[in-house]
Design a protein around this ligand. Structure first.
Ligand SMILES: Nc1ncnc2c1ncn2[C@@H]1O[C@H](COP(=O)(O)OP(=O)(O)OP(=O)(O)O)[C@@H](O)[C@H]1O
Length: 271
């Protein structure tokens, strides 16, 4: 019998609809995602872009098991996701580090929650910090770290439990341009080294083009996948060369047009 990881995609949204019940002043439910299909293969780096309110975070929460679909299902290795688990780690925009714990202790907490034996926790935390180049700040508290360092600790914490899938919700959104660029290139090289499956949410088109292998474009009201683009850039290409290429410029135009409120998708007619 084939193993599930060979027989199934790593992560699959199968005809997923998500609606929220009406609040006290509303009469109708809000349908956020409707019959959405999306697949991530093992080891793939997929970026999801979409206008504000199109349901990107809702989609990521479903993959994380933080909420459940109203209809359809989310499958990890062919099995229905029924809640959070150490096989999926989430990195949010706001770091979510405990301020009274050092960088290492923040990671140890996650390892403890994932059921890693106590005697292995420190070495695993140190390994994860080393992966993101932060071995030297293991004993510092979050207030002693820059925004970029805090986000690296959050990424190290996510990686420490060796998840099958890394789910990232605008992880670099709060950073200055330079830290953002540095972390983008570090994430890309981490992905190449680890072969992890990554689902990354952003509304920054350049970030999407520079990071992903594929980009899924969500449309709004209700959210659905309007297009999935395969990116032609090699994983180890030089960023400046990619940015200057005609393909990059053309794809950027296309995605911008797709995200505009009255998007007219004329892919063939792009400059
Ligand atoms: N718990 C909830 N109850 C009701 N509506 C919700 C809930 N969570 C999200 N929504 C609605 O779902 C829609 C999609 O929200 P979501 O945060 O997924 O969008 P997004 O694409 O990530 O937006 P942004 O880019 O602005 O972060 C929004 O209209 C939001 O108001």
């Amino acid at each position: 019998m084939p193993t599930p990881s060979l027989a199934h995609p790593k992560l699959r949204f199968d005809a997923v609809t998500k609606s929220f019940p009406p609040s006290a002043k509303e009469t109708c439910s809000t349908i956020v995602l409707e019959h959405l299909n999306l697949t991530l293969q093992n080891g793939e780096f997929l970026v999801v872009v979409g206008p504000s309110g199109s349901g990107k975070s809702t989609l990521l929460d479903l993959a994380a098991g933080l909420s459940s679909p109203t209809e359809g299902q989310v499958l990890l290795d062919g099995r229905s996701v029924v809640g959070p688990g150490p096989d999926r780690a989430v990195v949010f925009q706001n770091y979510a580090l405990f301020p009274w714990k050092t960088a290492r202790e923040n990671i140890v907490l996650a390892l403890d929650a994932a059921g890693i034996e106590r005697r292995e926790q420190k070495s695993k935390a140190d390994q994860a910090l080393s992966l993101v180049g932060l071995s030297h700040i293991a004993d510092r508290y979050p207030h002693q770290l820059s925004g970029g360092m805090k986000q690296r600790v959050a990424i190290a914490r996510a990686l420490s439990v060796e998840p099958k899938v890394l789910l990232m919700d605008e992880p670099f959104g709060a950073l200055d341009a330079q830290s953002r660029e540095t972390l983008q290139s570090e994430l890309r090289s981490l992905w190449r080294r680890t072969g992890m499956t990554i689902m990354f949410i952003t509304h920054d088109i350049d970030e999407a083009l520079l990071l992903g292998q594929r980009i899924a474009i969500l449309g709004a009201s209700p959210g659905r996948v309007v297009d999935v683009l395969d990116l032609p850039f090699a994983a180890d290409s030089d960023i400046d060369t990619v940015r200057a290429s005609a393909e990059y410029v053309s794809l950027r135009h296309y995605i911008r047009a797709s995200l505009a409120p009255s998007h007219a998708l004329h892919r063939g007619g792009l400059a």
